[in-house]
Design a protein around this ligand. Structure first.
Ligand code: AMP
Ligand code: GLY
Length: 443
């Protein structure tokens, strides 16, 4: 893979990188970038307390919505590549604005981000391109929804159309619950994100996350991953942003991945092109493997969290060049992603109460952790005035390990977790249960 590239700002370097976002995902990206010896400095806006523990990293305090101040700062720092982590700035068009100012950006513009920011838009997109997904109805009022819900022979899922921090999906057990969920969305539970509701056929099967790095025309795939969305063990309790993950997902064999590419990934890229959307960033395919084949549950316009923390340690130091190539529209589509032969797993430690209300500001104690093939990426932390590490989010720490097999990975992760404490710490003990031979659900 070529490592020479010309920045749209005129430099031949990839010395200074900016990562936008403040979670475990962004810290793991920064950590993957610092491995490349050509990278001199990684700035994070705003990052979190863990960012500065990462080699070459520095946090910048600036409001990303203050356009003039942002560009002034980026010019001053001579930023060569910008990677935007979260969906909200992407949906607000930050990538378009930065590109207009001649920056190389990894992250789709506002149009491409609609894959995530409007579920009805994404469903219509899939319908237009004949991409397998659950049946759906876009509705604008409770009356319209009630007709569909009451006459539906199959169970339905209810979704707020717009962004809702991962909380806008309801999986009701009855028609009555379905109606109540719809009503709560139309009554403003998610503000304008709930002006439109999408009702979907409820489908079944294991879920898998697939990530395609795109340069507008070409793409390459990262290793697959499986997330654990539910809060509690045995995959019960409310949905969360993700309680842990593992990669790669053995469920997806080579042949099955070919089917996913043919039925879902290529039609998605082709449809983006047909719609003249120049998508430079990652497309996250949230898939369900049903009896009738893979179906798209959702698209996201960003890396998954915690899938990103899980996958980044498997990447070689040239990973950052792939993102740069995407940002410049320079992928050949034949680049080999050199991944380690190891597998990786991540367990998330959360604040008590997450994904509902929780308190922050509790001191975090980290004892003697094994750092051999292990990382701790801060997901939601801050520093007190005297430098003590504090909880500062629902998801607090991502404990990630790599080894030859998943039993070794999760043994190390859970051993490290024993060394970590803060008031109300919560984590699932069964992350990776699908792939741990030494774990029994009955334990
Ligand atoms: P989303 O935010 O769209 O990823 O949805 C969150 C979770 O809800 C998914 O990971 C699935 O577990 C579940 N879900 C979403 N849509 C459906 C569906 N049509 N059928 C069954 N489960 C679904
Ligand atoms: N882990 C799921 C997500 O990032 O949406």
């Amino acid at each position: 893979m070529s490592i020479n590239s010309t920045s749209s700002k005129g430099s031949n370097k990839l010395e200074n990188i900016l990562v936008i976002g403040n979670g475990g995902r962004e810290n793991s990206l920064a950590w993957a970038f610092q491995k490349n010896e050509l990278v001199k400095k990684i700035y994070l806006i705003p990052g979190n307390a863990g960012s500065e523990r990462i080699n070459k990293c520095e946090r910048i305090k600036i409001d990303i919505n203050n356009n003039n101040a942002l560009i002034e700062k980026l010019d001053l720092l001579k930023i060569d590549l910008i990677v935007i982590g979260p969906e909200i700035p992407l949906a607000n068009g930050l990538a378009d604005f930065l590109r207009k100012n001649n920056y190389k950006v990894f992250g789709p513009g506002k149009e491409g981000a609609k894959l995530e920011s409007s579920k009805s838009w994404a469903k219509e997109f899939m319908r237009d391109a004949n991409i397998p997904t659950a049946k759906f109805w876009k509705v604008n009022s409770l009356e319209e929804a009630a007709k569909i819900i009451l006459s539906s022979p199959m169970p339905l899922v209810v979704k707020a159309d717009g962004l809702a921090s991962g909380k806008g999906v309801f999986i009701p057990d009855s028609k009555d619950e379905c109606l109540r969920a719809t009503e709560s969305i139309f009554n403003g539970k998610f503000g304008n994100s709930g002006n439109v509701v999408v009702l979907e056929e409820k489908i079944q099967g294991p879920e898998v996350s697939v990530f395609a790095l795109c340069d507008g025309k070409k793409y390459i795939l990262l290793p697959t991953a499986q997330d654990h969305k539910r809060l509690n063990e045995k995959d019960t309790g409310p949905n969360t942003g993700g309680m842990g993950a593992y990669s790669p997902a053995p469920l997806i064999t080579h042949d099955y991945l070919d089917k996913i590419i043919q039925d879902i990934i290529e039609p998605t890229i082709n449809e983006l092109n047909r719609k003249n959307i120049d998508y430079k960033g990652v497309i996250y395919f949230g898939l369900m493997i049903t009896k009738s084949g893979p179906k798209v549950i959702e698209y996201n316009c960003r890396f998954g969290d915690p899938e990103c923390q899980t996958i980044m340690p498997l990447m070689d130091p040239n990973f950052v060049f792939l993102l740069e190539k995407c940002s410049m529209g320079n992928l050949t589509g034949k680049e080999k992603i050199n991944t380690s032969n190891n597998v990786s797993g991540c367990v998330i430690a959360t604040s008590k109460g997450y994904p509902h209300e929780y308190k922050t500001g509790f001191p975090i104690k980290i004892g003697k952790v094994d750092s051999n093939g292990c990382q701790i990426f801060d997901s939601g932390t801050s520093l007190s005035k005297n430098g003590e590490l504090l909880t500062d989010g629902g998801r607090v720490l991502s404990i990630v390990c790599q080894d030859k097999n998943f039993d070794m990975v999760f043994d190390k992760a859970y051993k490290n977790l024993k060394e970590i404490s803060f008031e109300g710490i919560y984590f699932r003990n069964d992350i990776g249960h699908q792939v741990r031979k030494n774990y029994s659900m009955e334990i």
